[in-house]
Design a protein around this ligand. Sequence first.
Ligand code: KG4
Ligand code: ZN
Length: 351
Amino acid sequence: MTKILAIETSCDETAAAVTCGSAILSSIKVTQEIHKEWGGVVPSLARRDHEKNIDYVINKSLEAAHSNYSDIGAIAVTSGPGLAIALEVGIKKAIELAKTYNKPLIKVNHVEGHVLSPLIQKEGAAEVDVEFPCLGLVISGGHTQLIEVEQIGKYRILAQSLDDDIGEAIDKGARMLGLGYPGGPQLEKAANTGNEKTYSFPLPMAGREGKMFSYSGIKTYLFRLIESLSNKTSTGISSDIVCDLAAGYQAMIFKHLIRTVEIKIKSEMETGKTYSTLLVGGGVSANNKLRGLLESAMSDLGIGVRYPACLDLCTDNAAMIGVVGGFKADKNQFSDARDVDRDPRWKIDNL
Ligand code: KG4
Ligand code: ZN
């Protein structure tokens, strides 16, 4: 099995990992704190921080895996989707290392990394233990996609967002509620102490048979609701109200997600498809409330749900890029350095 050095710089995590098959030998990331004060990722600042930290994460990942370039078989790098000027940093470094150490290059799709992240084993070079076709759900700041995984490397998008992505709506909502960035964990915490029934939020795409995901309408609804509640007080809305709003907003965001996923899966099943597993990846998959809701909805369809083995594998990381790189190395899917370029809108059904 080829040992892979993987590099990921598509957004605001500078990450490197060493993997072998679906096992992680090391996984190092630096989360960029700089974006907190802006309430969202600023591409030029992301690039600057990637440039500052890339050598550190690579060297650290080799050291932690007790590896060096002589035992690395190939270098995998995220080529897209993501922020163009951030992707460039990882790609440039991967090409430079491939030339210096005479290693083959593998370009990896970031969403494919998230989809397959539940298959990663933290220890031991385990084989892939999932039945195909299966389903993948990628829910993060930049992606909301339900995907059919026909086999590793072959995907079909069943549903995606028409506008805002789920994590984006969560982060923006959390910001409006004064909960900080990134908003997911804070919104979850506030929602846990709030009452989701105090304020009713509209179900996105209601009456449209759950064709696609859509999160911009509910985000605007929250904005107006906060505005009207704020107008009724001179002291600002209380923390109890913030928690109730967080609970109602998060509950409806998840209700829409699960409803759409259920409708899409049922319609595939009606055509004779059978699935036993849903692989869930991306930062939003860290949410415990969502996990409970998804598991109960999927068990009604006879589908088991699998998540990444730890929180660090839910959010952006290089281990998932390395594991996909390993699958590609097994199939000799290497790329010439001239063909490894940033692809900010690269779709998983066009690998
Ligand atoms: O996968 P990721 O690191 O980056 C992208 O590829 O976009 O996901 C980041 C997203 C953010 O929107 C963050 O707020 C969300 O994942 N997130 C969560 C939780 N932890 C992170 N959303 C809901 N609940 C959480 N516990
Ligand atoms: Zn991601």
